[in-house]
Design a protein around this ligand. Structure first.
Ligand code: KIV
Ligand code: ZN
Length: 526
């Protein structure tokens, strides 16, 4: 895909310009404490982003860890329709590592960044403005040796001095940066001011029309989406950096679903083209939430469970008479499907396969389809009504078990009685060797965790335990998330089952697997 610079766009008379959607769920999203993902999980999300027709996928930060490097490389080899990008600090070693990871990509972008605010330069980088100016130029010059798609971000841009920003950005554009990403790193921006800063930069920098301008906002004051849209409308940005569900460090990043639906629903105002297949938004949201264990709040715009629910009689009556009385978007346009029974015990393999296709779930091989179908049959034996959400959860579980699982759940029995201390016996395998353990606790979940710990002795601290019903009714499967912390690392484990105690054991073991396998990462903000 060839992106037009702002200059080329303005030559294309009044036709709507394209707004580039740059997704950073796998990089900035993953920086959220507890949101770390395995390589396979990242690949699943990247495929969903491609299905959704995201223009650029920031797949990670190659120099951060061997795990990040491998995930970017794998994604670069798989994704064909979106540009794959790696973040990199502004030094040769990081840039070469990013280029190496991106080598298999059909379209690749190196995104290099360096802080430009007085505070970051003096206190964090301990560099003078002149040193920062030189290093930024050298970084872009070096990145251009590997690809002609190079993005530069002045980190903490919104708290930087305008004269200095103009000097640095003019220089990096002259070195060949094709995208300039004006970062509101700490979410300090206010829409009007942020938009005008961007406008001023574009007006003052003589070669500004040689680059596409981008916005990257954090949500510390709850204004990330508003700031991004002000950057687009006032500042003339034609790329928005965002994440699914607004996942990201601290209060998160700009939410992709909100940007896309705002620009699409209010096309009369924004007059911009967006290439996203919006029907893939809810599946993407559910996938990211399921993998990271970060629940989506019910009243969250677009992807929250209540986003299209009308409780008041007046609203229900209005919607029944004419939908647009109270609905500005259609639930099906963003991928909500009614909670309907889709399959049952008697459904065959073909019906199951067809439903997977309709849900946009692409399993790699017939062996994978067979394994998922076997799980489906097992579930259908225990649960009479199978919903789309059940299928998504079981496929997810199936794909999760592809990562080599050091700890693997086998079975459990658990006893609770009023007035007695709950006890549990858990059977699970450790590196393929089956092992059985027993424990007691204050509740059934505490008992299974204590039982597992008698064998594993992980020493990890449980930060979060949450149970979520996948569908409605008491027949629903429970999806459990357990967040563990150990030696500064935070991981999430997710498990689903009709029995929430079993789901808890699976979630705990899944978190232990992540603690077992992950290598340390660098924080890109350092
Ligand atoms: O918030 C930020 O400044 C970033 C940069 C690396 C673009 O994420
Ligand atoms: Zn960021």
């Amino acid at each position: 895909m060839v992106y037009k610079t702002n200059q080329e766009h303005s030559m294309a008379a009044n036709s709507p310009e394209k707004l580039i959607i740059f997704d950073t769920t796998l990089r900035d999203g993953e920086q959220s404490p507890g949101a770390s993902m395995t390589k396979d999980e990242k690949i699943r999300i990247a495929k969903q982003l491609e299905r959704m027709k995201v223009d650029v996928i920031e797949a990670g930060f190659a120099a951060a860890s061997p795990g990040d490097f491998e995930a970017i490389k794998a994604i670069a080899g798989i994704i064909k329709d979106s540009t794959v990008c790696s973040l990199s600090r502004a030094n040769d070693k990081d840039i070469a590592r990013a280029a190496e990871a991106l080598q298999p990509a059909e379209r690749k972008r190196i995104h290099t960044f360096l802080a430009t605010s007085p505070l970051h330069m003096e206190k964090k980088l301990r560099m003078t403005p002149d040193q920062v100016f030189e290093q930024a130029k050298l970084a872009v010059r070096y990145a251009r040796k590997f690809t002609d798609d190079v993005e530069f971000s002045p980190e903490d841009g919104s708290r930087s001095d305008m004269d200095f920003l103009c000097r640095v950005l003019e220089a990096v554009i002259a070195e060949g940066a094709t995208t300039i990403n004006f970062a509101d790193t700490v979410g300090y921006g206010v829409p009007e001011l942020y938009g005008h800063m961007l406008k001023t930069l574009r007006e003052r920098i003589p070669n500004s029309d040689k680059a596409i301008w981008s916005v990257h906002c954090h949500n510390d004051l709850g204004m990330a989406v508003a700031n991004s849209l002000a950057g687009v409308m006032i500042g003339g940005a034609r790329q928005v950096e965002c994440t699914i569900n607004g996942l990201g460090e601290r209060a998160g990043n700009t939410a992709l679903e909100e940007i896309v639906m705002a620009v699409r629903t209010r096309r009369d105002y924004f007059n911009l083209d967006i290439g996203i297949d919006t029907t893939q938004i809810v599946p993407a949201s559910k996938l990211v939430s399921q993998i990271t264990g970060f629940a989506v709040q019910p009243n969250k715009s677009v992807v929250g469970a209540n986003a299209f629910a009308h409780a008041s009689g007046i609203h229900q009556d209005g919607v029944l008479k004419a939908r647009d009385t109270y609905e500005i978007m259609r639930a099906e346009d963003v991928g909500w499907s009614a909670n309907k029974i889709v399959l049952g015990k008697l459904s065959g393999r073909n019906a199951f396969k067809q439903r997977l296709e309709e849900l946009g779930i692409a399993l790699e091989s017939e062996t994978e389809v067979n394994a998922a179908f076997a799980r489906f049959k097992e579930l259908a034996d225990r649960k009479s009504e199978i919903f789309d959400e059940d299928i998504i959860a079981l496929v997810s579980d199936e794909q999760q078990s592809h990562d080599k699982e050091f700890y693997r759940f086998v079975s459990l029995s658990q006893h609770s009685e009023t007035g007695e201390k709950p006890s549990a016996k858990v059977v699970f395998s450790i590196d393929d060797k089956e092992s059985s353990c027993e424990g007691e606790g204050n509740g059934p979940v505490d008992a299974i965790v204590n039982a597992i710990e008698t064998k594993v002795a992980s020493g990890a601290e449980l930060l979060l335990f949450s149970v979520n019903a996948i569908t409605t009714g008491t027949q629903s499967q429970g999806e459990v998330t357990m967040r563990l912390s150990k030696a500064g690392r935070i991981v999430n484990g997710v498990g689903a089952d009709l029995d929430i105690v079993v789901a808890s054991a699976k979630a705990y073991l899944s978190a232990l697997n992540k603690l077992h396998s992950k290598s340390e990462k660098l924080n890109p903000q350092l």
